[in-house]
Design a binder for this molecule. Structure first.
Ligand SMILES: Cc1ncc(COP(=O)(O)O)c(C=O)c1O
Length: 487
């Protein structure tokens, strides 16, 4: 192991500065917590405020790092196998904006796997790039959007020789990865720069039983939500860059544009420490998380009415994927006669267990380095109880609701549509009109409509029914009944 990986230069400098007890006549206004509300200080304790710092010589500047932040980012690059790594304080959202803005000029053609997060679509609006979307594989039985197949990706590359950039999301929310090992060399051979939204994969590199990370297979730019899966605090992410296709100067300049000039040092320290933790003990920590997840999976699969797919199912049934992050447990509950939403609600209200998300047929559980055996046992026991009580129910049916539909391309780029003259009309009358908004049903947060896409009958029906079921819809008015379209 590289002994340097035990170092935490940013955190150390922050602690040293806090302990020096210098008098502060600078931001933040709470002055090391002396001005913070008493309730807040009583609950969290006083020390956290002493490291809520601002850009000062002792702790460097995220906008122009040349001291401890530079050192911390260099250690992160080394741990992640990148040429350069950048700390992000607005999550992978900010990283997706930055990677699209760096790799794409206005009117460049970008091949985008359609299972992209809203932040990718926002990056397309900002940049003025022209996406050509292609579809992920779906599993009709589980009513789940999987990832893109290698076959579909290579076909999209071949059919669009003008494309400059390929943008993939891997792993997806359920831990299902695209086969980057196969896709990346082909894309590079065809002259494409490859960007990966790896929000759900900051741990992959640290365990051989997990699918390869983007940097391991020479992806050019990848963004990871350190906060989602490992030890980063919420909003703390990293962007990694590698190879000759990335203009590092341009990337650093873009990050200066999209990131706050007052970055949270607490978030950045959590990145420094999370990297140290994974680089020095990630394998052991993940050994445990993987074991806990696998044991729970086996028990769930022995429970009548429940199903939790594993790597073998991923290989045999979800053809063309690049493997499964086994720390994600997608628990299919439909044979209990309950929806994923209902099981999620029961787990929460009766058993005090909160899952990551639910969809019509499944609940998704993230098992991480923070979980203990007791936590997983409690989950399994609760699921067994729910299953026992549901015995004899008919499988849950969602009426005619199917898989989420997507809008149709209509010749306008996301940016052109977003900045067009708009009209707000009832969703029920929007068939055939061009959306000016990103419309997303949560979960899993994949947009149904991107600005520039035509609204279809299926989308209107789907949004209406999901809205009635209580799903969260983003991009419409508060009643989910009005949509912004191009006039
Ligand atoms: C695939 C994917 N990309 C990007 C994001 C945004 O990441 P963040 O919350 O770190 O901004 C999410 C959030 O759920 C996501 O699931």
């Amino acid at each position: 192991m590289d002994e340097d990986q035990f170092k935490t230069p940013l955190f150390d400098a922050m602690v040293a500065l806090a302990e020096s007890r210098k008098v502060s006549f600078h931001t933040p206004g709470h002055k090391s917590g002396k001005g913070i509300s008493t309730r807040f200080r009583k609950f969290v304790g006083p020390r956290i405020f002493s490291i809520d710092l601002t850009t000062l010589d002792e702790v460097d500047s995220l906008q122009a790092p040349k001291g401890v932040i530079k050192e911390a980012q260099t250690l992160a690059a080394s741990a992640y196998g990148a040429d350069r790594s950048f700390f992000l304080i607005n999550g992978t959202t900010g990283g997706n904006h930055a990677q699209v803005l760096t790799a794409c000029s206005p009117n460049d053609t970008v091949l985008v796997a359609r299972n992209a997060h809203k932040s990718v679509m926002a990056g397309l609006i900002f940049s003025g790039a022209k996406p050509i979307f292609y579809l992920p594989l779906v599993d009709e039985e589980l009513k789940m959007t999987l990832n893109v197949t290698t076959e579909a990706t290579l076909a999209a590359i071949d059919a669009n020789p003008q494309a400059k950039v390929l943008l993939l999301t891997s792993p997806n929310y359920y831990g299902i990865c695209a086969d980057l090992k196969e896709i990346v060399p082909y894309a590079h051979k065809k002259g494409l720069t490859v960007l990966v939204d790896e929000a759900h994969g900051p741990h992959l590199r640290f365990h051989p039983d997990l699918p390869p990370s983007a940097m391991d297979v020479d992806v050019d730019l990848a963004v990871q939500s350190t906060h989602k899966i490992i030890g980063g605090m919420t909003q703390a992410s990293m962007l990694h860059a590698k190879g000759p296709r990335v203009d590092m100067t341009a990337l650093a300049a873009v990050l200066k544009l999209v990131q706050s000039t007052s970055p949270s040092y607490i978030l950045m320290a959590s990145l420094d420490l999370a990297r140290m933790q994974m680089a020095t003990e990630g394998k052991a920590l993940l050994d445990k998380a993987i074991r806990l997840a696998q044991e729970a999976r086996e028990k769930i699969n022995k429970t009548p009415g429940l199903f939790c797919f594993d790597s073998a199912v991923c290989k045999s049934r979800f053809r063309g994927m690049g493997g499964l992050d086994v720390t994600k447990l997608t628990i299919t509950v439909r044979d209990l006669g309950l929806s994923g939403y209902e099981v999620s609600r029961l787990l929460n209200t009766r058993f005090g267990i909160q899952v990551e998300m639910a969809d019509p047929f499944n609940v998704l559980v993230i098992v991480s380095i923070g979980d203990r055996k007791d936590d997983l046992n409690r989950l399994v026991d609760a699921l067994r109880e729910i299953a026992k009580e549901s015995r004899g129910n008919r499988p849950f049916s969602f009426g005619k609701i199917g898989l989420p539909p997507f809008g149709r391309p209509a010749g306008l780029s996301p940016r052109e549509a977003f900045f067009s003259e708009l009209q707000y009309i009832p969703l029920a009358e929007a068939k055939g009109r061009i959306s000016a908004e990103i419309v997303t049903v949560y979960p899993p947060g994949i947009p149904l409509l991107v600005p520039g896409e035509q609204v279809t009958e299926e989308i209107i029906e789907y949004v209406t029914e999901m809205s009635q079921l209580g799903a969260t819809i983003d991009g419409l008015d508060a009643q989910n009944s009005t949509i912004a379209v191009v006039k």
